[in-house]
Every structure is written in structure tokens, then in C-alpha cells.
Design a protein around this ligand. Structure first.
Ligand code: SF4
Length: 411
């Protein structure tokens, strides 16, 4: 179902500054900008907005470096100055990512901001309903009752748990659930493992995962999509002048992204120079927070298993993924290693959009016999071994010549 056209009204300034991406926050921020004479000039270089720019840098650094997303703790939003800093830091950070014109960075940043929102929303009983109704059309709740539910459905092995007496048990419309869940990993988000009644799915309480936390997880996906879409639209409006003025913070965040990617690749030692472009791309995309598709993920796990890369290193490849959960990833990696899956061949990778090369990009990939990424590695290794043997032979011959007695020819 589409996102609601008319979001519920929200006027509390603390809430609007805490969630500055909300559509309801736009007017409040415009009014604050007018009241305090904050224009683009002030935001980019003014003294008054220096604190907002500093907080924006932290938001951007967290986006790249933190698995949990942007740090929840910001300034004191119970003061007007604190609210301004929080709201305009979001706007400044968005300007920087838009000026980078890097869609991966925009995706990463949107993900980090949405992850921050998820953490706050899970505990924000006062605003969860309004924000849920901003992003999800089919959402309702029942008050928790003191009764137990049997969750032992499908492949999920959960224990019966008692509902707590207070709070809400959320229900989401089947259509919204189906639209949101494919992007979330974990068996609890698969339709077959859920109880559907009259087109509604109940987000049952679990011992370690409350109904509100589940709803916040679903909201994260919609919030991410909304922040990302808006940023991509704004990217088209970035002028050359603005891009030049933001070159320094853009450079800072781009460097962070590049370091993150090379850190991940360097994890398994020197042999990554043998890897085919498809494997390198999946690893570096994951490190940059790009949501690699399921096929690409299974391919990477199967390649890592075949190359005997340590399991922990393989789990680490996924640590930058937007939906990374160490427990789930370890389980899935172990499954791939234990079952020794054969990595996908080139034709399947091409069909599933996981082959990054075009004709002429890579000499080996252009070869008519190259139909499997493992052949790429084998060919590279053989070529290196041949070169090494030739070098050793040459060195041996040189040293043999050097050890021969020098004969002086007589006239
Ligand atoms: S042609 Fe094959 S080996 Fe080369 S990048 Fe594409 S999928 Fe990988």
C-alpha cells in the first residue's frame, strides 16, 4: 500500500527536531529558518550554524563507521538552540551527501539515519503511533492482554511467552507487510512464519523483541526509502557552486568510505588480487552499506567457502550491510560452509545483476572460455605461477653464470 497521503499532524518541536526527516517537520524547520535568519550562506559558513555543521560531521562519520547508524545522543533538544542544531545538522549532512553525487553514499547515509530513528522509536511510546501512521497505511494496535501465544510456527522455534500487561501489540496490513519485508533478513519476517487473520499480521511480542521494536524495524525500511528518495531528488538540484563549497566535507566522507572498503578487502590477505571483479564488487558494496541482493550474498559466501577464507572473515564481509546482524549472518555463513555450495556461474551472475563488467572492461572476463568466476581465479593463479617459475629460472641461470670461473683468453 502506498505511504499515507495525509500524515497525522505533529506539532511538538522536540519530536520534530528528533525526527527532522518527517514530512511534518518541513514547515517547522522553514519557520525556524525564517525566525533565526538561517539561509544557505549561514548554514554553509555562518558562525551561528557552526555547531550544526559539527553535529552533521558526526552524523556523517557515524553513517560510514557505525554499524548501529547515527549516534542517538545529540544535543539537548529541550532548548531551542539544541533543537535548531539537531534539525539543521540533518539538513547540512543531507546537503553534503547530495553534493557528493554518490548514490551509494546517499543510500548509506539514509540507512544510518533510519537506523537511528528505529532505535529511538522503539522506546518512544508517545510518538510511535503518529510516526507509524505517517509511513504505513495499514497499521493498528490492540492493548496487551495477560495471555500467552504459541509462536512455534514454521521453522521458527520460539517459546510461549506471556504478554506484558501494559503497552500495545501492533498489527500491520498484509499488503504493507509484503511490501516492506523482502528487504529484511530473518525468518520472523517471512510470510509463512506469520499468523494472518482477515488480512492483518500481528507483530507478536517475543521475549527479546517487543511488538514496538518490530514495528520500529518495519518503519526503518520506509523511513530509509523516504530519506533516500528525497536526497536523490535534491541531488539533481546541486549547483556547481554548491558542490565546490562543500568539497571539503564531501572529501572527508568519501575518504572514510574508501577506507572502509579497502579494510574489508584487506581482511583476507594478499590473495584478493586474484579475485574476479564480481567478487570484489560484492565485498566493496557491502562495506559501503549497499544492500547487495540475496543472490550476490550467497555467491560471496560460497566463494569464500570455496577459497577457504576463514568463516569470521566471511562474516566480516557483511558487517557493513544495512541489515547486518552478527547472529543471523554467522548462522547463514556456517550453513554455506557446511554444505559446500558451488558458487554461481557467470551467466547466473549476469542475469541477477551481479556481474559488473562490460565487454572490454576486463581482459580475462572477455575470454570466451570464462564462464565461471572460479576459472578467473585459476587463470590468474596459473599466470602468476608461470611468471614466478620463469623468474626463478632466469635468476638461477644468472647465478649459474655468475659462479662460472672467468676465463681470460690468451692472444
Ligand atoms: S564475467 Fe564472470 S568472472 Fe567476470 S565479473 Fe562477470 S561474473 Fe565475474
Amino acid at each position: 500500500m502506498p505511504v499515507p497521503r495525509e500524515p497525522p499532524s505533529l506539532n511538538d518541536e522536540v519530536t520534530l527536531s528528533r525526527y527532522p526527516f518527517l514530512p511534518q517537520a518541513a514547515e517547522w524547520i522553514r519557520n525556524m529558518a525564517q525566525k533565526h535568519e538561517i539561509n544557505l550562506e549561514e548554514l554553509l559558513d555562518g558562525e551561528w550554524m557552526e555547531k550544526a555543521r559539527q553535529r552533521a560531521r558526526i552524523r556523517l562519520i557515524d553513517s560510514v563507521q557505525s554499524k548501529e547508524g547515527v549516534e542517538v545522543v545529540g544535543g539537548d533538544i529541550h532548548t531551542e538552540e539544541g533543537r535548531l542544531i539537531e534539525a539543521f545538522s540533518f539538513y547540512y549532512a543531507r546537503l553534503v551527501v547530495c553534493a557528493s553525487e554518490d548514490e551509494r553514499l546517499i543510500a548509506r547515509w539514509s540507512q544510518a539515519e533510519a537506523a537511528r530513528a528505529e532505535q529511538i522509536l522503539a522506546k518512544d511510546d508517545n510518538n510511535l503511533e503518529s510516526i507509524a501512521k505517517t509511513y504505513i497505511t495499514g497499521i493498528k494496535f490492540e492493548d496487551k492482554k495477560d495471555e500467552s501465544y504459541d509462536f512455534s510456527t514454521g521453522s521458527m522455534a520460539m517459546q510461549n511467552v506471556k504478554q506484558k500487561k501494559e503497552g500495545k501489540v501492533w498489527k500491520i496490513n498484509l499488503v504493507d507487510f509484503i511490501e516492506i519485508c523482502p528487504k529484511i533478513t530473518g525468518s520472523r519476517w517471512r510470510l509463512a512464519n506469520n499468523d494472518i487473520q482477515d488480512g492483518w499480521i500481528t507483530l507478536f511480542e517475543e521475549q527479546q523483541y517487543t511488538s514496538s521494536e518490530k514495528l520500529s524495524r518495519l518503519l526503518r525500511e520506509r523511513i530509509k526509502a523516504s530519506i533516500e528518495t528525497e536526497a536523490l531528488e535534491k541531488m539533481a538540484e546541486v549547483t556547481t557552486d554548491l558542490a565546490i563549497r562543500l568539497a571539503e566535507p564531501v572529501g572527508m566522507v568519501r575518504n572514510l568510505m574508501a577506507n572502509k572498503a579497502s579494510e574489508a578487502i584487506a581482511l583476507v590477505g594478499a590473495d584478493e588480487s586474484d579475485w574476479p571483479p564480481c567478487m570484489i564488487t560484492v565485498v566493496s558494496d557491502l562495506a559501503k552499506g549497499v544492500n547487495v541482493n540475496h543472490f550476490g550474498r550467497v555467491f560471496l559466501g560460497a566463494m569464500a567457502a570455496t577459497l577457504a577464507i576463514p568463516r569470521e572473515s566471511c562474516v566480516n564481509f557483511f558487517s557493513g550491510a544495512p541489515d547486518f546482524s552478527e547472529g543471523t549472518t554467522t548462522y547463514q555463513v556456517n550453513h554455506l560452509y557446511d554444505n559446500a555450495y558451488t558458487p554461481a556461474k557467470c551467466s547466473s551472475l549476469k542475469v541477477n545483476h551481479n556481474c559488473p563488467v562490460l565487454p572490454g572492461d576486463d581482459r580475462l572476463c572477455d575470454q570466451p572460455w570464462l564462464d565461471h568466476p572460479l576459472k578467473y581465479i585459476r587463470a590468474t593463479q596459473r599466470w602468476k605461477a608461470k611468471n614466478k617459475a620463469a623468474e626463478e629460472k632466469f635468476e638461477a641461470e644468472v647465478s649459474k653464470d655468475d659462479s662460472k670461473p672467468v676465463t681470460v683468453e690468451k692472444d
